[in-house]
Design a protein around this ligand. Sequence first.
Ligand code: COA
Ligand code: AMP
Length: 633
Amino acid sequence: MSYQAEFEQALRDPEGFWGEAAGAIRWTRAPQQILDDSRAPFYRWYPDGELNTADNCLDRHVEAGRGDVTALIHDSPVTNSQQRYSYVQLRDAVAKFAGVIRNQGVEKGDRVIIYMPMIPEAVIAMLACARIGAVHSVVFGGFAGAELAKRIDDATPKLVLSASCGIEPTRIVEYKPLLDRGLELAEHKVERCVIFQRETQRCELTPGRDLDWTDALADAEPADCVPVAATDPLYILYTSGTTGKPKGVVRDNGGHAVAMHYSMRAVYGLGQDDVFWTASDVGWVVGHSYIVYAPLLLGCTSVMYEGKPVGTPDAGAFFRVIAEHKVDVFFTAPTAFRAIKKVDPNGELATQYDVSSLRALFLAGEHTDPDTARWAGEKLNVPVVDHWWQTETAWPMSANPLGIEQLDVPPGSAGRPVPGYDTHVLAPDGEEVSHGEMGDICVRLPLPPGCFPTLWQNDERYESSYLEQFPGYYRSGDAGYLDADGNLWVMSRVDDIINVAGHRLSTGMIEEVIAAHADVAEAAVVGAADADKGQLPVAMVVLKSSATRGGQEIVAELVAHVRDQIGPVAAFRHVAIVERLPKTRSGKIVRATLREIADGKDWTTPATIDDPAILTEIEAQLGHIGYAKRRAS
Ligand code: COA
Ligand code: AMP
């Protein structure tokens, strides 16, 4: 079927389309009803279906005679090791670890937080939760203890799973102090942690609270798969909203399994005999979907890479992994290729490897600049697909769907709406804009299977954040346009979310940490364009008149606080001390103008501003710290 025909079919008859797609999944009770719209705008897919996601990821393939196929390859240049799990080995490891979790009193519906580095045990932990119907919530290792605490308080887990350390190219990340801090700060008390000791650096366990992973396995019996309702949560994944309180995106079991499976074929063009590599982290949605669930639901081989694009050991690392594991399709964030290009502009290291197994490169997480896309495409000699999606959706909303048909998509565009997404660009009054005109990118409800049915125990925030502004639509929070050929161009965020090296962060969360400093009166943080990381947070800080210490001392403390409270992932280094913040007469900070100034763009003084002179002063201050360089200069 052509893209157009498949897209239209999904639009015309969503229940027929997704009813048929559900046939790719093994149900313990096949759904009789495909879509429940009785509580719109809260839609439920496959409301009477029952299944187990881990069963579909593992047992099912073993029973189909594919037990010896490699399910997971862990490639870890930081420990100089590789590990392979066949489907049968992974199933057995997951069943055994599910027994460990169950021994700790975790039952269907209970939450388990997973705070782990990129090791196979993290995947095993996720699938073990799924096996017994527990709800996992993975917290990215680059977040500090205070962020972990926020997630513990929202998810109220019975158990936390962690490891002794993560390994960054220049340092060992000790998880135990971060974990202890998170548990201490959280109001919700967790009584039990299971900790995986890595040989690189072990940690001291807290008596009475922590169990050693290996010891716990010795006492456990394998646990069977527990059937759950299709609408039961599989996981909660926290993502940045506009405030410091993260949003708990809920993923269901049934819709997710169907959508993951569908996307592997339709978007990525993969089959069971293929090797798929997604270079991301299991702490992000990209890792959930395309390191863990989708490849295993399909039954192909997934590569899990514990390393970086450069520095582990060099800028040839990605090419080495593709060559060594004969990767068919590769997915990463554009920032990774920018890092490689910077170190090895001519791609000399790339030429040392035979990457001819590769069929396509997919990029997402941020806008792909055509230059990077061209460079990567040339070095890998494959089509480069920029595709767009979010934690909320779990799978691509727009792409060049190579598995259906390779479309003619211009560089810079994120492709066409994927079948299932009825995408529209709306003006503030809710009217559809014309082709080529910018607006809010929205998707008409219901969202397809796999997308979040709500936020964890917060239907209200779900409605107010995503559904209220344009009734009948999901508001993505991204702005852009559709061109006359139907290609989507994703241009910017409409809110205060920024994208730092493909990591989604809220400026609000950074502002909260800065504002808590005793010498700070108020602060504004914006994302400024950065050639390597896409964007970097830049703070404008007003000190209290009572502040007696020098600005530089306070700046150093603020940088350290953000690293300590949010984590190194915020890459926060740039602070300008300013006299006042520019506000409208009604007291709102003129953020859009601040963003333009920090980006070095030409800016105009908003008509509503209270004190226009402050803008030029801010431009000067930002100039001192390396920002606000107008393009013309
Ligand atoms: N645990 C602890 N610290 C971490 C971490 C982790 N899992 N991941 C990153 N950090 C630290 C880094 O060590 C660095 O610390 P530093 O300030 O001491 O140098 C800091 O956080 C910033 O890291 P980052 O900006 O990610 O740079 P990097 O060089 O570590 O990695 C990339 C570069 C491209 C590999 C990485 O940014 C990346 O994978 N980005 C894509 C993210 C992604 O997959 N997004 C989803 C859409 S595809
Ligand atoms: P996350 O929820 O962390 O996956 O981040 C989602 C956000 O990243 C989106 O809302 C966009 O702002 C941005 N993003 C993801 N993919 C793309 C893309 N292909 N082009 C532009 N922005 C993107």
